[in-house]
Design a protein. Structure first.
Length: 277
């Protein structure tokens, strides 16, 4: 499979990186009572301020979520069997979401293990990853009608992927922010079970360099990605690729990159959908 700062809490195993705070939409950040500071990112910036953790909890085995879990902006971090901070495949997540579950107002600290797994449709609302582990979230539903919604929140320091789209259905990412990352969203390039026509929508997001690509899809399986109102910061040379097309497979081989940029069929956006500052 294609894989892969606020003063750090005492449990962090790595040196913290300089934290850049971007703001706006303060009402979202205040949901759940978090204390925040706000600074605007340019005149078009719409990103929420990063919240300050209100307590923290070590997690030694995955927390199962059905229904709604509101974390009240507590920081959750891995310990024991979830205490690794590497990129090894097959790690367990901090949270396991059942079909239809909602996880909101949560900060995931470091170590982050494999973040969040969604077994079916799920909603991640105002979830923040301070230092992404293997992946921030993996979407694993098997139904073409599954919908995975990421609304608000943000992620930092993802050496490879932020969102791993292994399952079937549609992924919608709105009002999210990411900085220092490999890929924001990637359809699985070489899962043993592949799904056709994965649909990805990225709308009203802030992307801060360095980064490699916003979306990676498998055009041979009919994946599509639509980008709207994407603000890219610190990338005047335009090194971050907005949409990359791959030839995926189900035999474990490294997928082949076959193109990038808008094509009207698989990568659906125009130059006006992206702004740079």
């Amino acid at each position: 499979m294609t894989r892969k700062p606020q003063q750090p809490p005492r449990h962090r195993r790595r040196l913290s990186r300089r934290r850049t705070t971007i703001g706006g939409l303060a009402a979202l950040a205040l949901t759940g009572g978090a204390l925040v500071t706000t600074s605007l990112v340019g005149s078009a910036g719409a990103a929420t301020a990063w919240p300050t953790a209100k307590g923290e909890q070590a997690v030694s085995s995955s927390i199962s979520v059905s229904g709604t879990l509101d974390g009240g902006y507590k920081r959750y971090y891995g310990s024991g069997d979830l205490g690794g901070d590497g990129q090894e495949e097959g790690q367990d997540p901090i949270f396991n979401l059942k079909d239809g579950a909602v996880l909101k107002n949560v900060i995931i600290g470091s170590p982050a293990a494999d973040g969040i797994h969604c077994a079916g449709s799920c909603t991640l609302q105002n979830v923040w990853w301070e230092d992404v582990g293997e992946d921030a979230a993996t979407f694993k539903g098997t139904s073409s009608s599954a919908v995975y919604t990421v609304y608000g929140g943000g992620a930092k320091s993802a050496s490879d992927k932020v969102f791993q789209f292994n399952g079937a259905g549609k992924l919608v990412v709105t009002k999210f922010q990411v900085e220092n990352f490999g890929k924001l969203v990637r359809s699985c390039g070489n899962c043993s079970t592949q799904y056709k026509n994965r649909n990805i929508i990225v709308n009203d997001v802030d992307i801060t360099a360095p980064g490699k690509s916003i979306v990676g899809i498998n055009s041979n399986y009919g994946d599509t990605a639509a980008l709207r109102n994407v603000r890219i910061h610190g990338d005047s040379s335009k090194k971050i690729k907005p949409c990359v097309r791959y030839e995926g497979n189900d035999d474990g081989d490294e997928p082949t990159e076959i193109g990038s940029g808008p094509d009207g069929t698989y990568c659906r956006y125009t130059a006006s959908d992206l702004t740079y500052d």
